[in-house]
Design a protein around this ligand. Structure first.
Ligand code: GLP
Length: 243
């Protein structure tokens, strides 16, 4: 693991953006795995800026999002579909047909998971962006999820629902289910880039880097990836000295 510790969130976002921009300059046809949550917002802002400055184009880029809530419509302000439009897609020149976010129609959800999985197998990712949950989840692979899973429907951990209730009116409004890439899909990406900021991530970050590789802390699997960069701010890195 290549670990980069930054002064603050702004520097994390600069570093992460630099990686993605370098990739898109060398490969305008890159296949990007994208994440949601507050962590990558600064990265997306910088990518939009680089696009406006004509440093990069998304014309031939394909994107594949990690996950989506099940139980709210795509039109909901907190769906990951809305999030991605708001923070990235509506600002850039990506082709609609090249955007992939798991659909969340509950009637067809098992079929959707299979289709998404097939799509991922056909399109190996050049780079997957990740955040980390305070319980060590990546995507929505909650503690206890088998590390061999491919795209599946998950019951969200209570801790995840509480963490994410800040984006909804109340805990009751947070969906109970989601569809997510499995660990196996994530680990197939050629390169992984995980961003974490804030003291509430410090324990999970410590376990991810120094703990055993265990399904109890799904992010610990990243220890086994050959090309994984972790970008942290000082609060998120604060427990690393303890080893
Ligand atoms: C959500 C997403 C994850 C994300 C995590 C952390 O549950 N499914 O992909 O990494 O939360 O979110 P945040 O960056 O807001 O702390």
């Amino acid at each position: 693991m290549n670990i980069i510790i930054c002064r603050d969130y702004s520097e994390i976002s600069d570093q992460a953006a630099q990686k993605v921009i370098t990739l898109l300059k060398s490969n305008p046809y890159a296949k990007l795995g994208l994440a949601t949550g507050s962590s990558p917002i600064g990265l997306y802002e910088r990518l939009v800026k680089a696009y406006r400055l004509k440093e990069i184009s998304f014309k031939d880029v394909m994107t594949f999002n990690l996950d989506e809530y099940v139980g709210i419509p795509r039109s909901h302000s907190q769906s990951y579909y809305s999030f991605m439009n708001e923070h990235l897609f509506k600002h850039i020149d990506i082709q609609l047909a090249n955007i992939h976010i798991p659909d969340n129609d509950i009637e067809r959800i098992d079929e959707i998971a299979k289709e998404y999985n097939r799509l991922l197998k056909k399109n190996p990712l050049d780079l997957q962006v990740l955040g980390i949950g305070s319980n060590g989840h990546i995507g929505f692979n909650e503690p206890g999820t088998p590390l061999g899973n491919e795209t599946f429907v998950v019951t969200l951990d209570e801790r995840t629902r509480k963490d994410n209730s800040r984006f909804f009116g109340s805990l009751d409004d947070v969906p109970k289910y989601a569809i997510t890439m499995g660990i196996k899909n994530i680990m197939r990406a050629k390169e992984l880039l995980l961003i974490a900021s804030g003291i509430e991530k410090a324990e999970a970050v410590h376990q991810m880097i120094y703990g055993d590789v265990t399904s109890q802390l799904p992010a610990s699997i990243l220890q086994l990836h050959p090309n994984c960069t972790i970008i942290l701010d000082e609060p998120a890195a604060s427990k690393l000295k303890e080893k």
